[in-house]
Structures are given as structure tokens and as C-alpha cells.
Design a protein around this ligand. Structure first.
Ligand code: URA
Length: 261
């Protein structure tokens, strides 16, 4: 079968795998997991008289409250630089171990608008910056159309971050526990950047900051997050898959522009 594949077929199959998130080789050869030898049978449990007589009481180690640790670190950060360092050094989120880079923010914190996305994807993980892949390029075009640019400092700029600073494996959805663990850092990030307006990009940003999903109903309606006006919008990755929704996105951009004025 593989011998029948053309160069183009092989390239398309490879692109499809990359799209699914299989973007690096972990072994030199593929493993056929349907053809592995059966694991040896588990030994039957034996009852040790010693253990049954006087089993010592095992006290489970107290579970570390990662959210409390995150809160303490976040509260101790008095600048974006110290927050960056505190987050980068935070060891309790397992996503950190699978990611290539820590992705904190891009643009300028002097901007009046702060965009909150979901989590880094493949390109963001490689470059250590949020929204630099195809969705990020669309996001840039959308905001340039209302006169805002991440490369510009001051009121015509943009400041961009994500709910999570590390890429979830295979771009899977963030887990509620991961969002809850990193939320104190995000709250502090917003307080320190001090934007006039927040833009919540997609369902995960809405779930994380508003505790609600349903972007189709929520988009276009101003909300309040941490005492600031917040606009839920369709995520640019969704707009790439559903270009007809760009009309609604344009209306939301105009609403943001009007609010800035
Ligand atoms: N999608 C996001 O939500 N954030 C990124 O940084 C990239 C893609």
C-alpha cells in the first residue's frame, strides 16, 4: 500500500499528522502497538502476616495546593518583569514539562487593549510569543483594520497574552484544573498591564475569565472582568475555519473601536 503512495500523497499525509499535533519524532522507527508481545501476567496478591498484623498507619503526604502557591507568587509580583519570572519558575503545572518555551506576552503593555487567548499552539511554542501562527496573523489584520497594532507602543498598540503560558500537548483543550492553577497569574497580569479594555478570544478565555461558555451567544456583548469592560469575540482560529463569521467579528471590532473613542 505504502509503495503506491506518490510524493504528494506522502506530503499530504505528513501535513495531516502535523495538523493533528504529531509534529515531532520520539523514536527512530514507528511502533506497531497492535503487534506488541502480551505483558506478563500480574502475580497474585500475597497476604503477608506481618502486614496484616501490624500495618503501620500510612499518612498520605498533604497534597500541595498549587492554586494557593500560584496566588502567593502572583501577589508578590510588583511588575511585569517579576511576574514573568515568577510564572516561568512555577513548577506545579505539568504543561511546562511538555512545552519548548514559556509564552508570556507580546506587544506593549502601554496599549489600551489587552487580548486574552487560550494557550500557545505549535508556532507560539516554537517562538515563545503568543498568536504568531495563522490565527495570530489573522488577529493582527483584524486589529490593524481598526488602527491597533502590536508593534506600536502607546494607545494605538495591543498587548497580547493567553490563559495558559505553555502549549497543551497536541493542542488539546486546556483542563479546568490548569486554568484554575494559572488564573491568579492572569489576574495579576491584567492588574499590572492595566488595560482599558479586555478582549476575550474564544470559548476558553470566556470560560476562564467569566466562568461561562457559548461564544456564539456571548460575542458582541460587553461583559465585565475584574472591573474592566471585556468583549468576548470569536477566536481567529474559528474565523479561519468559518469565514462567514468574520462579519460578526467585524461588528465586534467596531464596537471596541467605538468604546475606545
Ligand atoms: N491560539 C491562542 O489562543 N493563543 C495563541 O497564542 C495561539 C493560538
Amino acid at each position: 500500500m505504502a509503495d503506491d503512495l506518490t510524493y504528494e500523497d506522502t506530503l499530504a499525509a505528513l501535513a495531516w499528522q502535523v495538523e493533528l499535533g504529531a509534529d515531532e519524532a520520539v523514536l527512530d522507527h514507528p511502533v506497531d502497538r497492535f503487534d506488541l508481545p502480551a505483558p506478563p501476567p500480574k502475580p497474585a496478591p500475597t497476604v503477608s502476616p506481618q502486614v496484616t498484623k501490624a500495618a503501620p498507619v500510612q499518612h498520605a503526604a498533604p497534597e500541595l495546593d498549587a492554586v494557593a502557591v500560584a496566588r502567593q507568587l502572583a501577589e508578590g509580583a510588583n511588575s511585569l518583569e517579576t511576574l514573568h519570572a515568577a510564572m516561568e519558575g512555577f513548577e506545579h503545572c505539568d504543561l511546562k514539562r511538555g512545552a519548548r518555551n514559556f509564552v508570556f506576552s507580546d506587544g506593549h503593555a502601554s496599549a489600551r487593549i489587552m487580548i486574552v487567548g487560550e494557550a500557545p499552539g505549535r508556532d507560539e511554542d516554537l517562538q515563545g510569543k503568543p498568536f504568531v501562527g495563522r490565527a495570530g496573523q489573522l488577529l493582527d489584520k483584524m486589529f490593524v483594520a481598526i488602527g491597533l497594532d502590536r508593534n506600536v507602543e502607546g494607545p494605538d498598540g495591543l498587548y497580547i497574552t493567553n490563559m495558559l503560558p505553555w502549549r497543551p500537548p497536541q493542542n488539546r483543550d486546556p483542563k479546568p484544573a490548569e486554568i484554575a492553577m494559572m488564573r491568579p497569574f492572569l489576574d495579576r497580569h491584567i492588574a499590572l498591564a492595566d488595560p482599558d479594555i479586555l478582549v476575550l478570544m474564544g470559548n476558553h478565555a470566556c470560560a476562564g475569565l467569566l466562568g461561562r461558555r457559548g461564544i456564539t451567544r456571548m460575542r458582541g456583548n460587553w461583559e465585565e472582568v475584574l472591573g474592566r469592560p471585556a468583549m468576548p469575540m470569536f477566536h481567529p482560529a474559528y474565523l479561519l475555519r468559518n469565514p462567514v463569521a468574520k462579519r460578526e467579528a467585524w461588528s465586534d471590532l467596531l464596537s471596541i473601536k467605538a468604546r475606545l473613542q
